[in-house]
Design a protein around this ligand. Structure first.
Ligand SMILES: NC(=O)c1ccc[n+]([C@@H]2O[C@H](COP(=O)([O-])OP(=O)(O)OC[C@H]3O[C@@H](n4cnc5c(N)ncnc54)[C@H](OP(=O)(O)O)[C@@H]3O)[C@@H](O)[C@H]2O)c1
Length: 240
């Protein structure tokens, strides 16, 4: 069974995600309010780890991006490395564009979700570093299957989906989000076209959130005027 997935994000009041572009906190409120409250609230959600897109993972210390390599005959088998009791940091990197200097991101054990096109050498390098991996189908697009594997083979019950907008949009479209935990920072970006909470890339007639309804769970005003919104995502049955 797949884990419960809570999309946990922080945005400006205009829904934008690039924290370095936001207006400064009001006088008397520290700049550290953004990372500090984000992590404090994440800890309250009781998850076994977090999941992020390839671009967001590339910003972590010890992670490097490169051209992907393909090919090889070795069977594409899931690899469960030694987590040593740590939470997990899952990255969806279908083409295998990231390499890791160590097996953790901010202390959490890295699990890479890949396509079957990645090379034998790339898989060997992940095993050598102690990184776990699994496959989301031949092209790496079967997120539902990947989530089932995280539940069944890694024992993950609750996972925080932590962006960016592209990977959040893919999970939204796949109907894989159970709850939303959104921290609204009292600041503004203001620019058109800057990444927002959900950024599904599709054709103009697609509606990635079709069939979803948000059921309010709680609202809290936190330190510095940060607002924490929680919603359950109800999915209507196909055809409704
Ligand atoms: N404010 C916040 O709470 C917050 C949270 C997280 C991130 N961010 C910011 O958001 C920015 C990155 O966001 P982003 O949206 O550009 O990137 P992203 O969601 O982090 O990563 C997107 C990448 O994920 C891979 N991917 C795998 N499966 C996918 C699928 N089914 N659909 C779409 N992509 C898939 C693709 O990699 P390939 O191109 O290799 O195929 C894609 O380019 C960063 O600047 C980061 O700092 C902000």
């Amino acid at each position: 069974m797949r884990p419960k997935i809570i999309c946990h994000m922080m945005s400006s009041i205009d829904g934008r995600l690039l924290t370095q572009r936001w207006t400064r906190p009001a006088s008397g409120i520290g700049d550290d309010i953004v990372p500090r409250l984000y992590e404090q609230v994440a800890a309250k959600l009781g998850a076994d780890g977090f999941l992020i897109g390839r671009k967001t993972m590339a910003e972590f210390t010890g992670v490097t991006a490169h051209e992907p390599t393909t090919g090889g005959d070795a069977p594409r088998k899931i690899h469960v490395a030694d987590r040593k009791g740590r939470a997990i940091a899952v990255v969806v990197d279908p083409q295998g564009k990231l390499s890791y200097a160590k097996d953790d991101a901010s202390g959490d054990h890295i699990v890479a979700i890949l396509s079957e096109t990645v090379s034998d050498d790339y898989l060997a390098a992940l095993r050598k570093t102690g990184v776990s991996y699994l496959f989301a189908g031949a092209d790496g697009a079967d997120l539902r299957r990947a989530m089932d594997v995280l539940g069944e083979s890694f024992g993950i019950e609750t996972l925080l989906l932590e962006g960016g907008g592209r990977i959040n949009g893919a999970f939204l479209k796949a109907g894989l989000i159970d709850e939303i935990s959104l921290l609204v920072y009292p600041g503004i970006d203001g620019q058109a076209g800057v990444s927002s909470v959900f950024e599904y890339v599709g054709t103009a007639d697609e509606r990635p959130a079709a069939g979803c309804s948000l059921r309010h769970l709680a609202t809290e005003t936190l330190e510095g005027g940060m607002v924490w919104l929680r919603y359950r995502m109800d999915q209507s049955p196909p055809g409704d």
